[in-house]
Each structure stands twice: as C-alpha cells, then as structure tokens.
Design a protein around this ligand. Structure first.
Ligand code: G16
Ligand code: MG
Length: 220
C-alpha cells in the first residue's frame, strides 16, 4: 500500500532539466564537444561532477581534477543564472493540484533531487511548503542511480521503501527508486523509462485512479 510520494524536481515538478541542458550545451560548445539532447539523457539525475565526467567521455578528453571542478562550476553559474529568472508559472501544469490531492488522500510528500540547487529552486517557485521532507544533492554521498537519496527521504518520512511511489524523469532516477525497493512512475517516454511501473508524459496527468492501479499491482 502506497503511503508516501517522493518527487524528483528537475523534469518532474519544473522544467529545470531544460536549463541544465542549455548550460551543459554552452560548456560543450566552448570545449568543441558535440552534445545533443540524446546525449543529455545520460546526464539527467546524476551529480554535477559525474555529469562533467560524462561530457568528457563524450568529447574523448581528459582533464585534471581542478580543471574538471572549474568547468563544472562554470556550468553551474550559468544554470543558476537561468534559474534565478524563473517564474512560479514555470511549475508544470497540474503539479500543485496533484500534490494537494495526494495530501487529501493522506499521502506523505517528499522531494528528492540530486541537485545542490534544489532548495533555491523551490524557494524561487514558492513551493517549499508542499513538501514535508526535502533531500538534495548536498545531503548524500552517492548520486542516482544509487538509492541513497530515496532511502534517506523514506527514513525522514518514517515510511518503508515499499510504501513509497517515486516520480522520476531520468533513467538513473528510475533505477535508483527500484534499487531502493520503491515503486516508480516515469515521466517521459516508455522507450526510455520502461523499468517504471507506469509511464506518463507529464506529472499533472497522474490521477487517483492511477494510484489505485499502482496499489492493485503491488498486491498481486
Ligand atoms: C538534477 C538534474 C541533473 C543534475 C543534478 C545535479 O537532478 O536532473 O541533470 O546534474 O540535478 O544538479 P546540480 O548541478 O544543480 O547540483 P534531479 O534529481 O533533481 O533530477
Ligand atoms: Mg529529474
């Protein structure tokens, strides 16, 4: 029985995934590395430094630890710049209403984002009050696909992993949720997120009848 819902942030609540892509693309262009939206899928949900390493793999380059950190910080400054201009209207349609409905059904609500900027983003969007628990990239050692962030969210909520339903748009995030022993709704395409128990295009499409389906599937 699902008792808690854990939301990823980027690409699930708000389209900051787009800003991450734009900032990485800008860095890739500067470094002369070809970087497409398809390549970007590998960066979704993973930590900043791991994303930098994937970009280096794509470009076939090696860099010192210092240079790697300098460039990752440069990307982050661009990302923060985009994010600071974000408006509350950029929350995906239906997300606030869905969280409110979940709460009316007695669900516990958490946010689990790999981003070290997660708190800034939810403050800017004025949605901090929606989450009972917030865990972010500053609070874990291992980033998704490691289950650490989701397990920490469950512990803080005081629920069992098997009672949690995770909303994720990244392959690494779906894997992390399953590795935590949780159930997962994918936000995106079934081709990419086929490991999730259900895949929908946008978070706002989720309904309480889908929650009933999830509970029925779990019981089987
Ligand atoms: C997010 C993004 C990732 C990003 C990561 C780290 O994770 O999806 O693409 O690399 O945060 O972000 P930052 O550089 O801001 O610390 P999530 O879990 O919110 O999807
Ligand atoms: Mg995401």
């Amino acid at each position: 029985m699902i008792k808690a819902v854990i939301f990823d942030l980027d690409g699930v609540i708000v389209d900051t995934a787009r800003y991450h892509f734009l900032a990485w693309k800008r860095l890739a262009d500067e470094l002369g590395i070809k970087f497409t939206e398809a390549d970007n899928e590998r960066l979704k949900g993973v930590s900043r430094i791991r994303s930098m390493e994937i970009l280096m793999e794509l470009g076939g380059i090696t860099l010192s630890q210092h240079e790697k950190e300098r460039l990752a910080n440069k990307k982050n400054a661009w990302f923060v710049d985009y994010v600071e201009r974000m408006l509350p209207e950029e929350i995906f349609p239906g997300v606030t209403a869905l969280i409110t409905t979940f709460k009316q059904h007695g669900m516990r609500i958490a946010l689990a984002s790999s981003s070290k900027n997660a708190k800034t983003v939810i403050q800017l969007l004025r949605i901090e009050h929606l989450f009972e628990v917030v865990v972010d990239g500053t609070m874990v050692v291992h980033s998704k696909p490691d289950p650490e962030i989701f397990l920490l969210a469950a512990t803080k909520l005081g629920v069992e992993p098997k009672e949690c339903l995770v909303f994720e748009d990244a392959e690494a995030g779906v894997e992390a949720a399953l590795a935590a022993g949780m159930h997962c709704v994918g936000i995106g395409t079934p081709e990419q997120l086929f490991k999730a128990m259900r895949v929908i295009r946008t978070t706002g499409e989720f309904t309480m009848s889908m929650l009933d389906d999830c509970n029925a599937a779990i019981k089987l």
